[in-house]
Design a protein around this ligand. Sequence first.
Ligand SMILES: [Zn+2]
Length: 145
Amino acid sequence: MKESNKDRAIKVAIEYTDKAITFKSKVGACIYSNDNLYPGFNVENKIHKGYHAEEMAIINSIQDRADPDELLGIVISYEFDDHKVYPACASCRQYLWEYTNPELLITVVDKKGNIEYESKLKYLYPMPYPERRWYLEYWRKEHGQ
Ligand SMILES: [Zn+2]
């Protein structure tokens, strides 16, 4: 059977967890569409302006000018000391809302690929700000739609 992009994204998110540049927690993420994978890992520094894995994955998709409505999901893999499940921090939920779509499937996996949490962005972040999807309008304008 053909491996789905979600299955690939699970593997890539786990792989990217190990690439994290960090003093503490390691996080890997991978946004996927039918055609592409947009991975990311967290990057920390001493000026406390680090980048979350989800953020890096979103930036990766923006660089490729991916259609926000074609993004199917994001897989997040954590290596935290407390072993709690974090389906994206508040800031990343906001970025996901602005640059992806409400139907985006958010999947949190452990290092073995077992799913620990799964839900759509619209349920995880039911009252987003702003309500209007400005980036989708921006993207459509840029692509003459
Ligand atoms: Zn975050």
